[in-house]
Design a binder for this molecule. Structure first.
Ligand code: FUB
Length: 353
């Protein structure tokens, strides 16, 4: 077995034994989990999974222990680099490809490399990542590589017009690519209500409980994949009654960790409800929305945060997610995968992790 905290040399690859991905695997404490951690040599979270050239690549956050105190701003998530994981099949051996991007190689970065995503277009791999700049404002950056596992070379400035955290990049069947982004509280989305970043005026922060909740933001990407092709727009998420959720409705409203996938011609926007720890989804007929709430994808995992991606592999759909099974600490997470099942009308079955 590989030891947690073992020395990680740059670009050193580590291959872990195939993890359990079948339901109800029990650990040594007798706890039952839907799946087991994909790797144990490092802590990983926020897994964005993609299939590139027939292989599965996972772009996670790389959690580390920094001793930062836990608070609502998420200061305890003080990550400093990314490692990319890959496997040739679900349930197969998982390779950790070592450091793909280090915060010291991002000239404008201050602290906290949070949940990334990736895309492939025009023969190039793109890594999108949120990090606080030197003024402590979350920005989204992009880095490129000729390999899906990096190393990635960062663009000199953050993406103009991007904001907040948790970029999720979706390429539609017509080849157009969109980025969804945002997260409230520590993700700072509430500080952009006026259109400009404002941390000084509390009235510009999270709406009151009876006011409409803040939605995630999105924009189409330019063909170069390095810039936004349009100003960001707010994504509307509506209840079954056709009305937007109120900010106080924290079992339904958007918090962070958006993801988009398309199934049978419908757009599925899924996200975390944050302080109620659910992964939920809403559907629509356009990548721009509006999206109508449909239900819970996953009940709360161990640990405060919940974050996922959904991807099709060889005709079956899978959800990648994280919990804190290995550490018991909210800021030291481990990624997992399990199958996503649907009813015949496309509704997603709720998972108990
Ligand atoms: O990993 C840091 C943050 O925690 C992510 O950006 C959020 O989605 C949450 O998982």
């Amino acid at each position: 077995m590989l030891l947690l905290g073992a020395c990680e040399s740059k670009r050193a690859e580590t291959t872990a034994a195939a993890p359990e991905t079948t339901p109800a695997a029990a650990d040594t404490t007798g706890r039952r989990y839907l799946a087991q951690p994909l790797v144990k040599n490092i802590y990983t979270a926020d897994p964005s999974a993609h299939v590139f050239n027939g292989r599965i690549y996972i772009y996670p956050s790389h959690d580390i222990e920094t001793g930062m105190p836990e608070n609502d701003n998420g200061d305890h998530f003080a990550m400093r680099d990314y490692h990319i994981l890959s496997m040739d099949s679900i349930g197969g051996k998982v390779t950790d490809h070592g450091v793909a991007l280090d915060i010291k190689d991002i000239p404008w970065a201050g602290r906290q490399l949070w949940a990334p995503d990736a895309a492939f277009k025009n023969g190039t791999y793109y890594l999108y990542f949120p990090v606080k700049d030197k003024q402590d404002v979350f920005r989204i950056g992009v880095a490129t590589s000729q390999s899906p596992t990096g190393p990635f070379k960062v663009q000199p400035q953050p993406m103009a017009g991007s904001l907040s955290i948790d970029p999720a990049v979706f390429t539609d069947t017509d080849g157009k690519t969109y980025m969804y982004m945002g997260g409230i509280w520590g993700g700072q989305l509430q500080r952009w209500r006026s259109g400009k970043y404002d941390a000084s005026n509390p009235k510009l922060q999270e709406p009151g409980p009876q006011e409409t909740a803040l939605g995630p933001k999105m924009a189409r990407l330019s063909n170069d994949m390095l810039t936004l092709a349009e100003p960001v727009k707010e994504v509307q998420i509506l209840g079954q009654d056709g009305k937007p959720f109120r900010s106080g409705d924290n079992t339904h409203r958007f918090f962070e960790g958006g993801w988009m996938h398309k199934y049978n011609g419908k757009y599925y926007f899924s996200y975390s409800t944050g302080d109620t720890h659910l992964l939920v989804y809403a559907t629509g007929t356009s990548p721009y929305g509006p999206f109508t709430y449909q239900g819970v994808i996953m009940n709360p995992v161990e640990g405060w945060t919940t974050h996922h991606s959904i991807v099709e592999v060889n005709g079956k759909w899978y959800i990648f997610y994280h919990d804190t099974q290995l550490s018991g600490k909210t800021w030291l997470r481990n990624v997992k995968v399990t199958e996503l099942k649907r009813h015949s009308d496309g509704r997603i079955e709720t998972l108990n992790p």
